[in-house]
Design a binder for this molecule. Structure first.
Ligand code: TXA
Ligand code: MG
Length: 349
């Protein structure tokens, strides 16, 4: 069974962290909180340990993992060089919700990078993650600690629901802060490219670097998901963040959303709605879950995955969800919603 350390009740966090670090040294996998979502960590220098991540998650082996470091000097041992743009990003956003892609020096276990010559590196900003990285003195390969295809975990309960019995340990550090994953920026060429929007916003990146490019594959809308664009970030091609019932994105005003709700109901579907506080006040539906306010997209990001997980297939046939402005962290929110959705209903067309 999975050993769970409840850190808020734990008088000696340091002791729990040392026990978890021992499991990692022993090539076991341990889930831990970061500032974005929970990660499922393993010794990134051990092929055998990293294999256990893929097994526990049911993750396709061609989807590479992010390697987490305690600090920049440790990171230096695994990359060819840190180009100037990467130095600037590290200085501005590290530790923090940013992952950069650099050229690997080949030291890391080969299954971490899924055979690529590049490596994704990140220094998380969370006291438990930092303590764990320091205690085990290992670079930790860590994808989000969910079953492959499910919404990422923002609480230890989410991890437990998906992975209990499949992983050696789980450090329960409460709810994570940002709520969506780190921003992935490719720094292997002269022009930085955002491969995945996340906790560090495009606007923040552009303040430091000037104009930043965005992977064209990110512009894909949900209806075009099947088109065979090859995203640079291999993970982006898989089904992701899927709730238990089909999710339909509804782009339009309250009247339009209400019409969709009524339509679903008329067709005999038990319908759940994920709405902002503002929208929830003006629509009529049996089952509404509020994920935040249009005035505060950070709040929406924090609650997004929990809301996606909250609707169970026993309760609803369809989930309708409104859309958000693609500014700031709204870019990450809409990226995840587009990936989670099987259909988009738009008032504009
Ligand atoms: O916030 C986060 O980044 C969380 C926490 C646990 O750190 N981790 C996370 O990992 O989201 P994961 O495995 O769920 O997503 C990693 C993403 C995938 O889209 C993967 O394809 C991409 O990073 N990636 C990893 N290595 C890459 C590489 N060498 N080149 C391009 N993309 C890479
Ligand atoms: Mg993930």
């Amino acid at each position: 069974d999975t050993k769970v350390w409840k850190l808020e009740e734990h008088k000696e966090i340091q002791r729990a962290v040392s026990e978890a670090a021992e499991l990692l040294t022993d090539r076991q996998v341990v889930a831990f909180p970061t500032e974005t979502v929970y990660g499922l960590g393993a010794d990134a220098t051990s092929y055998e340990a990293v294999e256990k991540i893929f097994q526990a998650k049911g993750r396709p082996s061609d989807n590479p993992l992010i390697v987490h470091f305690a600090d920049k000097s440790q990171m230096n041992d695994y990359v060819k060089l840190i180009p100037e743009i990467a130095e600037q990003l590290l200085a501005a956003f590290t530790p923090g919700p940013l992952t950069i892609i650099l050229k690997s020096n080949g030291t890391i276990a080969e299954n971490v990078t899924a055979g690529l010559s590049s490596i994704a590196v990140r220094i998380p900003d969370h006291p438990v993650a930092s303590a764990l990285l320091q205690a085990c003195r290992l670079p930790l390969a860590a994808p989000s600690a969910n079953k492959s295809g499910r919404p990422s975990p923002t609480t230890a309960n989410h991890v437990y629901d998906d992975l209990n019995g499949r992983i050696a340990g789980l450090l329960d550090g409460g709810t994570t802060g940002v709520g969506v994953e780190s921003t992935v920026v490719d720094c292997t060429s002269n022009v930085p490219i955002i491969l995945r929007p996340g906790g560090v916003t495009r606007e923040q990146l552009e303040e430091v670097l000037g104009t930043v490019m965005v992977d064209p594959a990110l512009a894909e809308q949900v209806t075009e998901n099947e088109q065979n664009q090859t995203p640079r970030s291999p993970g982006m091609k898989y089904t992701h963040y899927a709730p238990e019932a089909p999710l339909w994105l509804v782009e339009g005003d309250a009247e339009f959303l209400q019409a969709q709700i009524d339509d679903c109901k008329q067709n005999g579907y038990k319908t759940g709605v994920i709405a902002s506080r503002e929208m929830a006040q003006v629509i009529r539906a049996d089952n509404i879950k509020v994920c935040g306010s249009h005035k505060n997209l950070n709040e929406v990001a924090v609650h997004l995955y929990d809301t996606l997980r909250a609707f169970k297939k026993s309760d609803v046939d369809i989930i309708l969800c409104e859309t958000y402005s693609e500014t700031g962290v709204g870019q990450a929110v809409m990226n995840r919603l587009n990936k989670a959705a099987s259909k988009k209903l738009s008032q504009l067309y």
